[in-house]
Design a protein around this ligand. Structure first.
Ligand code: DGY
Length: 326
């Protein structure tokens, strides 16, 4: 019997290709040349599975051209690049990679918190520019992370991993979420549920960790920024689009808030050039989960999901279980 065919849109690790090759015929893209929607559609015409990244848009137009498709395995925990309802309507399973990237992504949020608080990118370019002439008492004053108030919006797995790390810094942790956590988890994390407005008003560091969707589009805009303390530091390590970048640039220019640490942007990789002119931002190129171990684990998790779906089993990270009942 012919093996099912899987299309992998971007470069993955060799072990992922080896694993897939034991179960499917693989059309890989190890040269990592970004594919257009038409090129993906052409490759998928005779394929049963798609392993894609968060930069690939999987919508009704694409799906209409893929009559054999059974599963879309995203190599990411966020899946706003996929129209899950359209997949469900066509009986296509959708999977993501939860769990394996929580700690690495939490570490990156903390990297941005510490780097913005201590002005790391400013001082590094100062040293690299050869401008350091000696120690001075009032030089490059930052703000303390320890004993400050950390406000986390979006208290899923990654938000909780961020909160857990705050204990070592003796921080007060408040959070806002669609619904409060169970009391035992709150107690373990030493975190208190508050309204979003209370969080914006009280937190010294505001970390965004909610998924991106139509509901969370521009969750942080000019009005929300105006509710923050002028000393507040905003960290976005989740998805571009949850923050109105134009409003954020204006707030950073005006001193409405102190600083921002950003791993994600609207329209990335073409970020608003306004960010580049600002000294009070620390920027990174969507690397929240980018450690070697974590990216390997994400790719293998996606591959395992795809192979499970193709074998008729329930993939471990199925996002639309209703598809199996249809
Ligand atoms: C995710 O998994 O959603 C991350 O953004 C990928 O780095």
């Amino acid at each position: 019997m012919a093996q099912p065919r899987i299309v992998v849109t971007r470069e993955v690790f060799d072990e992922t290709i080896d694993f897939l090759g034991r179960h499917c015929e693989v059309e890989a893209n190890q040269a990592d040349v970004p594919l257009t929607a038409d090129q993906i559609a052409a490759r998928l015409r005779n394929a049963e599975a798609l392993m894609c990244s968060l930069t690939d848009k999987v919508d009704a137009t694409l799906l209409a051209q893929c009559p054999r498709l059974k599963v879309v395995a995203n190599i990411a925990v966020g899946y706003n690049n996929i129209d899950v309802a359209a997949c469900t309507a066509r009986g296509i399973m959708v999977t993501n990679t939860p769990g394996v990237l929580d700690d690495s992504t939490a570490d990156l949020a903390w990297t941005l918190m510490l780097a913005t608080a201590r002005r790391l990118t400013e001082v590094e370019s100062y040293i690299r520019g050869g401008d350091w002439t000696g120690w001075r008492l009032k030089q490059w004053l930052g703000v303390d992370v320890h004993h400050a108030t950390l406000g986390i919006i979006g208290m899923g797995r990654i938000g909780q991993a961020i909160a857990k790390r705050a204990g070592g810094f003796d921080m007060r942790v408040i959070y806002h979420n669609r619904k409060p956590l169970a009391a035992d988890i709150e107690q373990r994390l030493n975190a208190r549920y508050v309204t979003q407005d209370a969080l914006l008003a009280e937190a010294d560091f505001i970390v965004l960790q909610m998924p991106y969707s139509a509901e969370t589009h521009h969750l942080i805009g000019a009005q929300e920024l105006a509710k923050m303390k002028p000393t507040a530091i905003l960290i976005n390590s989740t998805r571009g689009g949850v923050v109105d970048d134009v409003a954020l640039i204006e707030a950073l220019q005006a001193g409405t808030i102190r600083a921002a640490g950003l791993d994600v942007f609207e329209n990335e990789p073409k970020l608003n050039p306004g960010f580049l002119a600002l000294k009070n931002v620390v920027l990174s190129p969507h690397i929240g989960s980018s450690t070697e171990a974590t990216r390997r684990a994400m790719a293998m998790t996606a591959a395992a999901n795809a192979v499970a779906a193709l074998s008729g089993a329930l993939p471990p990270n199925l996002l639309n279980p209703e598809v199996k009942r249809a």
